[in-house]
Design a protein around this ligand. Structure first.
Ligand SMILES: [Zn+2]
Length: 466
């Protein structure tokens, strides 16, 4: 609805959807399941869900041709075009709200640049240039061109509420809707008090799909999309020596247990690792916040997180490389890589010149069982080099089904883990996945934040308690 001013909406009933549509007596749910699974299973290529379109940022020229639009209907029978994933998540949001007795409906979604040009033409003829300049978005500069913006209307006691002033008055209903948005990947695009940044006054009905991870971060920080994008760009230009984006993990997550193996000699090298000058665990602020959520989650299940490593400076990774090249040094072989030939460490991916840990949003961890006062039995230890450490060892991590086999074959002698051990690995994995981390196919203990803030920076500063 940012195309037109609220007060003038009645003049242009031609565009006002809900007021014209016949009201259905009862809510008719659409078949959403198929759309949702299709959208989630299929990787959408080339769509930038963080695309910024506002009065000064034009829609990228190649955007419209690539956006996968589908046709959707609201319960009043009106058809809309909308980006596929946006719709899948809108349906989930709508259904979740319906369970709370709140009915939202699509009111305005995708509008092509061409359609906006027609509107400008029509309105210029009808109301004149000044009116159009004041109330109609310039073609190419409306967020509705993205297919990711959703204006909703409300159904209250069988009556459609779509007038801007009336909607703004529905404070109680919107106070229930807004906290749910991020869980479905949406943000409130035009926040109150941020008019000078967004260029639009508060619109409680205008939601924008950006994906769950970004939506959660944006809403947690109370940002506009403009501010979030500026922050992200600034982060991209951070120097590798700059520790300012990092925090001491136990300050953000006081419930963790830490065992900084690389500060000690009990690790696969057998020496303290270069750069580990203090036994402290650092992470990016964003990753630490996400790990706090994981910690609260597992605490409610009777566990604590036990952290072995998180931020790892580049100089430590360089130490691993020097050790791996020294084929004669096998001091710790029997503890950490009994079955792996040291000549294979690079080829098989155990050691690399770069590690995701240096980007500051990767963590190695396990569960500590509060009932037994011991680490949960994972059927193997952190930094054990071998296929026994793969999350799909003896089971399917997608279905969480224990099979006792590896990739369809029997595991080698003495190699299998039991069902409890497999399930313990899955408890950790599921908790990490629920809060925005992604797993590694070769190490059950290693996870990286999906939406990591510094995806291209390999930091060099040694960890210090600040
Ligand atoms: Zn790791």
């Amino acid at each position: 609805m940012n195309m037109l001013n609220a007060k003038k909406r009645s003049i242009i009933a031609i565009l006002s959807a809900c007021t014209l549509a016949p009201i259905m007596p009862a809510y008719t749910p659409m078949v959403a399941a198929n759309i949702v699974s299709a959208a989630e299973m299929e990787q959408v290529q080339g769509i930038d869900y963080l695309v910024l379109v506002n009065k000064t940022h034009k829609l990228p020229d190649d955007y419209e041709a690539n956006v996968p639009l589908i046709t959707a209907k609201n319960s009043m029978g009106r058809e809309f075009q909308i980006e596929r994933e946006t719709y899948a998540h809108f349906v989930q949001l709508r259904d979740a709200l319906l369970k709370q007795g709140i009915q939202i409906e699509l009111d305005s979604v995708y509008r092509s640049v061409a359609r906006q040009q027609e509107i400008v033409k029509e309105f210029t003829e009808k109301y004149g240039t000044d009116y159009v300049r004041q109330y109609v978005a310039v073609p190419g500069y409306s967020e509705h061109h993205t297919g990711l913006a959703v204006d909703i209307c409300l159904m209250v006691d069988g009556k459609v509420i779509d007038d801007n002033d009336e909607m703004i008055a529905q404070k109680e209903i919107f106070a229930k809707i807004h906290p749910l948005l991020a869980d479905y990947g949406f943000i409130l695009r035009y926040l109150p008090g941020k008019e000078n940044i967004t260029g639009y006054s508060y619109e409680p009905w205008h939601f924008r799909y950006v994906g769950k991870d970004a939506a959660k971060e944006i809403s947690r920080k109370g940002l506009t999309l403009e501010e979030y994008m500026t922050e992200t760009t600034q982060q991209r230009s951070v120097s590798p020596e700059d520790a300012r984006g990092f925090v001491v993990l136990s300050e953000i997550v006081p419930d963790i247990i830490t065992e900084v193996r690389y500060y000690t000699t009990y690790n696969f090298v057998g020496d303290r690792i270069v750069g580990y000058e203090e036994p402290c665990v650092l992470m990016t602020r964003e990753a630490a916040d996400a790990l706090k959520e994981v910690s609260d989650d597992v605490m409610s299940q009777g566990y604590r997180l036990k952290i072995y490593d998180a931020y790892r400076p580049q100089m430590a990774v360089d130490h691993f490389v020097r050790w791996a090249e020294d084929l004669g040094d096998k001091r710790m072989k029997e503890y950490f890589y009994p079955e792996v030939d040291k000549t294979r460490l690079f080829a098989d991916g155990y050691i690399d010149a770069k590690s995701g840990h240096s980007r500051g949003s990767t963590v190695d961890l396990t569960l500590f069982d509060m009932k037994t006062g011991k680490e949960a039995d994972m059927g193997g230890t952190f930094d054990h080099f071998g296929i026994e450490s793969h999350p799909d060892w003896c089971g399917n991590p997608e279905t969480m089904q224990y099979t006792g086999k590896y990739k369809g074959n029997k595991p080698p002698k003495n190699g299998e883990i039991n069902e409890t051990q497999f399930k313990n690995r899955m408890i950790l994995r599921q908790a990490m996945l629920r809060h925005g981390f992604k797993p590694l196919s070769t190490e059950w203990w290693h996870f990286t934040m999906k939406n990591e803030p510094y995806p291209d920076i390999y930091f060099t500063f040694p960890p210090h308690l600040k």
